[in-house]
Design a protein around this ligand. Structure first.
Ligand SMILES: [Zn+2]
Length: 87
């Protein structure tokens, strides 16, 4: 079992968290003009990087979304921060 750092609650059990999205992934706009292929790419394709990554996670206990930096190879969590506060 791993502990993840919620920036609002502190370290908590990994079972309290869910992956939400890749960090920096932007919704294509304007939505009415985006083709089906571009929508499918946005909704379903993930980069799935090997190594250091930045992701948006949600802590289901407090309901807050936040940025988590972790290594997908070693499972090391480097840090977490509130959205908009990341450097
Ligand atoms: Zn929390």
């Amino acid at each position: 079992m791993q502990r993840f750092p919620c920036p609002f609650c502190g370290p908590r059990d990994e079972t309290e968290f869910h992956f939400a999205a890749e960090a920096g992934k932007t919704r294509p706009e304007p939505a009415g003009e985006v083709g089906a292929e571009r929508w499918a790419e946005y909704l379903h394709l993930k980069k799935n990087p090997k190594g250091p990554t930045r992701e948006i996670w949600v802590h289901t206990t407090c309901g807050e979304f936040f940025l988590m930096e972790r290594n997908t190879v070693t499972h090391e969590v480097v840090g977490s921060s509130a959205l908009g506060a990341e450097s």
